[in-house]
Design a protein around this ligand. Structure first.
Ligand SMILES: [Fe+2]
Ligand SMILES: [Fe+2]
Length: 259
């Protein structure tokens, strides 16, 4: 039995293959961020560079930034990732647009929709810690590289937590949880419990947007072709709940496949 791995999207690996997990996770994500250049004076990055060693002061700065507006703060996070990888930053914005539309389409409350939107906006933030030679490798990743790439999901949660953002409000706390889990369905991880609506909306929007964007390892697909690939993933892996996948399929056909 072969399955499709989202981290490479086209690389079939044996269902029971053991992937050597080489944990490269830094103990302090802030110490890594602290070393980044800040060419455009990103205020969040500036705060981290100044107060990475002073959690209390960093929290105060963070609260000031949140008071300027949650939207602005999300923008600073996405812009930070853009300093390393513009494509992934653009993908997070794209996934957020799709997730928001889909959440509205299926009648989720404004609060849930907003939580999903913020989660989608930051879901790949952990890629800021992924080595560029893995992140932008043209072609297929080998097993060790896939394991390194897979770290971006737990690292995203870790970073948002160490930054202190999860203590600021429930929306960011949820976003950190969703960031950690956003590859669970497709990679068949931790599937002992039913996926939540938020998890499924984010995962489907993430995969759809990733397929339609140019990546170092694949050409951009048309919405129609992306949907065909997703239907194939669903057929082989049953990654998402059937009713939910059906709803997403109809939404994509209606919203993105008509000229
Ligand atoms: Fe991801
Ligand atoms: Fe993603």
């Amino acid at each position: 039995m072969h399955r499709i791995n989202l981290l490479s999207l086209t690389v079939p690996i044996k269902h029971n293959a053991t992937v050597p997990i080489k944990r490269t996770a830094p103990s302090s994500t802030l110490q890594i961020i602290k070393k980044m250049e800040n060419p455009k004076g990103n205020p969040l990055l500036a705060a981290i560079k100044q107060f990475a060693d002073n959690p209390q002061k960093l929290q105060e700065e963070l609260k000031k930034l949140v008071n300027e507006g949650q939207e602005k703060l999300c923008g600073y996070l996405v812009d930070m990732l853009a300093l390393k990888d513009k494509n992934t930053a653009e993908h997070m914005r794209g996934a957020a647009r799709i997730a928001t539309k889909f959440a509205k389409e299926i009648g989720l409350s404004p609060q849930k929709t907003e939580e999903i939107r913020v989660a989608a906006l930051v879901h790949d933030i952990g890629k800021i810690f992924t080595p560029l030679n893995v992140l932008n490798k043209p072609g297929k990743l080998n097993e060790a590289e896939r394991a390194i790439m897979a770290e971006h999901a737990p690292l995203g949660k870790k970073f948002l937590k160490q930054l202190g953002l999860t203590k600021i409000n429930k929306t960011f706390d949820n976003a950190s949880e969703l960031a950690e889990k956003h590859h669970f369905s497709i990679d068949k991880l931790h599937l002992t419990k039913k996926r939540t609506v938020e998890e499924e909306v984010l995962e489907l929007s993430d995969v759809f947007n990733a397929l339609t964007k140019r990546r170092s390892y694949h050409k951009p697909q048309t919405p129609k072709e992306a949907l065909r690939i997703m239907k194939n993933i669903q057929k082989v892996q049953r990654a998402w709940s059937p009713e939910f996948f059906e709803k997403f399929t109809k939404f994509v056909e209606k919203t993105y496949c008509k000229k």
